[in-house]
Design a protein around this ligand. Structure first.
Ligand code: FE2
Length: 314
């Protein structure tokens, strides 16, 4: 079964082509603004402008025609409404059955496929999301998460104020490697949750300090908070695999801290290749294939009661 995945929840318009678990193409084009922030309507217009080219590029890379595609998987949320609508309108125009896919779950599933992990604890870090997740009783459960902004937004906000440019996260990581002195910053973990906006404000108040030390201290504090929450979730769930996914997963210091913590609990660690950590269409197509395959499994139910029917058509 060949599934075409469309990702358009935020900056990126991506199209992936997947045959069962195998990625055949993963094309994308990302919206960039002058300030590094996102204007939802502009991003949606970007997606409308590039979608035909991205589709053509993906089909070419996979050596397929649209007629070979069995179903379209669409990332229907969470995301920015204008961007989601641009994706929906494109998905409808392709004239195939549409499978709605949760964007966050797609980050998890592509990581599982790449690592061959079956049941990992997942640390999901992106601009808008920071969650510690594990599968339990039929669902992905969130064991801990940010109560305000995501780790990526915290890094972007901090970097923007310090004029570190568009890819602030990468620049902060570089500068942090040269930092030597730890500057005291607020460490806010509440039970299993954490918050980042106070850290950003406090760090910006220290902007006159050495920039390397400031970036180093910011990273150490933000990542230690997340590692603490992840460690408690790992100890509680007793999972023996740990996956770091999402746009901020490529940070080497964060990887090292989580890997080190995981090894103390006997958990194997994996971080997907960069192409699968940023938003992409392949991860959406992967979940489309999984949903489609699961829907083909039909059990007979001799004792099926009227009030057990999920009435989805009303
Ligand atoms: Fe994402």
């Amino acid at each position: 079964m060949i599934c075409l995945g469309i990702e358009s929840t935020a900056h990126t318009f991506g199209i992936g082509l997947v045959e069962n678990r195998k990625v055949l193409a993963n094309s994308r084009d990302s919206y960039k603004s002058q300030t590094g922030g996102i204007i939802p309507m502009d991003a949606a217009n970007h997606h409308r402008n590039v979608r035909e080219n991205v589709l053509e590029e993906a089909l070419k890379a996979a050596n397929l025609a649209l007629g070979d595609v069995d179903a379209v998987a669409l990332s229907t949320g969470p995301g920015l409404p204008p961007c989601l609508l641009a994706g929906l309108e494109f998905a409808k125009s392709l004239g195939k059955p549409i499978i709605p896919v949760n964007h966050c779950v797609a980050h998890i599933e592509i990581g599982k496929i790449e690592s061959d992990f079956r049941d990992p604890l997942v640390v999901y870090v992106s601009g808008g999301n920071t969650q510690v997740i594990a599968f339990e009783s039929g669902k992905y459960r969130v064991f801990g998460e940010t109560l305000d902004i995501g780790l990526g937004n915290a890094l972007d906000k901090f970097g923007r104020e310090l004029d570190l440019g568009m890819l602030a996260g990468m620049r902060i990581e570089e500068l942090a490697q040269k930092g030597k002195k730890y500057l005291e910053l607020p460490y806010t973990v509440k039970g299993m949750d954490l918050t980042y906006s106070g850290l950003v404000t406090a760090a910006l108040r220290k902007r006159k300090e050495n920039i390397n030390d400031l970036c180093y201290s910011f990273q150490e504090t933000a990542f230690a908070m997340l590692t603490e929450v992840s460690e408690r979730a790992l100890a509680h769930t007793q999972k023996k695999e740990m996956l770091l996914v999402g746009g901020c997963a490529s940070n080497k210091r964060l990887q090292a801290m989580l890997k080190d913590m995981g090894s103390k609990h006997g958990a194997r660690f994996h971080v997907p290749q960069r192409d699968y950590n940023g938003d992409n269409g392949a991860m959406i197509a992967v979940v489309g294939c999984l949903i489609k395959r699961a829907s083909q499994k039909i059990d007979i139910r001799p004792r099926w009661r009227t009030d057990e029917v999920e009435v989805t058509w009303m």
